[in-house]
Ligand binder design. Sequence first.
Ligand code: FPP
Length: 236
Amino acid sequence: MSEELKIPSHIAIIMDGNGRWAKKRFQPRAFGHKAGAERLEDVSRWADELGVKYLTVYAFSTENWNRPFEEVTTLMNLLRMYMKKKLADAKKNNLVIRMIGDRSKLDKDIILKIEEIEEVTKFNTGLHLQIALNYGGRDEIVRAVKKLANDVENNKLKATDVEEKMLESYLDTKEIPDPELLIRTSGEMRLSNYLLWQLAYTEFYFTDVLWPDFNKEELMNAIYFFNKRDRRFGGL
Ligand code: FPP
């Protein structure tokens, strides 16, 4: 059975439910986010072991700035800690780490660390982990169209040359194949502005499990679900 199991080459995840997980334990939301960050470490290790090539996770959306200042600070500090750890251990973890989203709005020290981690990990050979930070699907498309329009204005290309592949090359995810499987935890069934362009033909898997409780069995369930789908891409 396992020999025939098709492993999706790219999995995208909406890691939802940290707050509810903490609440159930009478703990502050930060406690849930910390557990969520630990789960991300586990899931990227399992995915790598299974042979997944790309994992794209939603860590902070363009809408998450509307959360209380304290929670935004917690999430940014978790990211700082996460990057420090991965940088120190870049060889051992073998991950290629890349951030998608509008990084220009992040704190300067975070931008510098992102640049460093992308540079240091770019020749690694393991899982490609893309972290969506200050990311919104519509925002990504708007930024891409702006750059493209700018190139038209500067006569680098003609409006009549514009086609799908070209627009894709302006997206944050350029050179990364589209996700084959999307997982959203915590029972919510919506996209929340995630990878709107890239998810056009992706299989969606929703589970009630809260993100900090997501385990290897859950990941396998998502992969079994994927294996049952008949992907036709609009054909017959
Ligand atoms: C959704 O749960 C989760 C987030 C908004 C943040 C996701 C972040 C992490 C899992 C950890 C940080 C990641 C890195 C890379 C360090 P929620 O807070 O909306 O939960 P709720 O819906 O139960 O309130």
